[in-house]
Design a protein around this ligand. Structure first.
Ligand code: UT7
Length: 327
């Protein structure tokens, strides 16, 4: 049997501080009713000012390693999918490596925004299949709250902070990651972006004054592309693997908007009881949303060995990605 990668442990962590829709009503011109109706979000978690993306990653990683029964020094590679790292360099993965004491691991960050975890899963899976690494720690982690314009009601109600982690190990059995799929359309880069702080607009008084260090999103335009793209993506991912929608045990979607998730589930004729949802409690945690949701369904015993689970995401880039797993 050819080499495969299998998720042998999951973990997640969200900050303690809760910010609900009623708190937001006091900050911007919005309402609990609007936010729930348009997004499905009721509350989100917010990191403390001293809490960093690597801190959240550390807590999620410790749980994933414990669940897998793997020690930090056994890890060959750490990938952190994030767009809100501790600092531009070194990578958050290198900082996490130090905090974990994973002294034998290579480490790098990967930025594919909200699709980052599934891009990371694709990279990690291919490293394992090629025989390069045997044990990989993959994290999706974001402190979105520090990159959000709290004066912009079109974005500040959407996002939250959190981290999820998985341990991938080489296996030659039938269970594991069956396929991963990654796509991008850079023509639509300005649908979701954070324009300041890079080499195009380095930090300056002007970038600060123009609020360029915050996430900007053309929400409605993004919504339409997301629904269209994800419907095709999930059908194609199943087709490639000769798996029928009726054989799916669980859909684990990126948590941007309940209406997008429902449209995808409808296309698969999947009841919402077989869809993992956490955006009501955590909002859109970008690259962390899928590994947090995965950890929740694993710990709740909602997926069993041998079942098919489908993961999908859509985000800035634009990027989109999917994976089919035989759990
Ligand atoms: O995770 C990465 C990928 N991201 C996504 O997939 C996000 C996709 N987009 C969405 O989820 C939705 O487009 C949003 C939730 C962002 C917005 O929902 P929408 O139904 O597309 O609303 P809209 O942007 O068309 O705005 C409708 C109205 C506007 O007012 P007018 O022009 O009709 O008077 C907005 O100004 O709602 C207004 N509005 C708000 N009202 C109350 C926008 N934000 C708010 C708000 N509270 N927070």
């Amino acid at each position: 049997m050819p080499l495969k990668s299998r998720i042998t442990g999951t973990g997640s962590y969200v900050p303690e501080k809760v910010l609900d829709n009623f708190d937001l009503e006091k900050k911007v011109d919005t309402s609990d009713e609007w936010i729930i109706e348009r997004t499905g979000i009721r509350e989100r978690r917010i990191a403390e000012s001293a809490e960093t993306t690597s801190d959240l990653s550390l807590e999620a990683s410790k749980k994933a390693l414990q669940a897998a029964g793997v020690k930090p020094k056994e890890i060959d590679l750490i990938i952190v999918a994030t767009m809100t790292g501790d600092m531009p360099m070194p990578s958050t993965a290198s900082i996490l490596q130090r905090k974990l004491g994973a002294k034998n691991a290579g480490a790098f960050d990967l930025n594919a925004a909200c699709s980052g975890f599934l891009y990371g899963l694709s990279v990690a899976d291919n490293f394992v299949k090629a025989g390069t690494f045997k044990k990989i720690l993959l994290v999706g982690a974001e402190v979105m709250s520090k990159f959000i314009d709290w004066k912009d009601r079109t974005t500040c109600v959407l996002f939250g902070d959190g981290a999820g982690a998985v341990v991938l190990e080489a296996t030659s059995g039938k269970r594991g990651i069956l396929s991963t799929h990654i796509y991008s359309d850079g023509n639509l880069w300005d649908f979701i972006c954070l324009p300041g702080g890079g080499s195009e607009h380095p930090p300056s008084l002007k970038t600060i004054k123009n609020r360029m260090h915050f996430v900007k999103m053309k929400g409605n335009e993004t919504f339409k592309v997301a629904v269209r793209t994800l419907e095709k993506l999930v059908i194609n991912t199943l087709k490639v693997n000769n798996v029928k929608p009726s054989e799916l045990a669980m859909l684990i979607p990126h948590q941007a908007n309940l209406r997008i998730i429902s449209a995808t589930a409808k296309r698969l004729k999947l009841s919402m009881s077989r869809v993992a949802i956490n955006l009501d409690r955590y909002g859109n945690t970008s690259s962390a949303s899928i590994p947090i949701a995965l950890d929740e369904v694993v710990r709740d015993g909602r997926i069993r060995n041998g079942e098919y689970i489908l993961l999908e995401a859509f985000g800035s880039g634009l990027t989109w990605a999917s994976a089919l797993i035989k759990w």
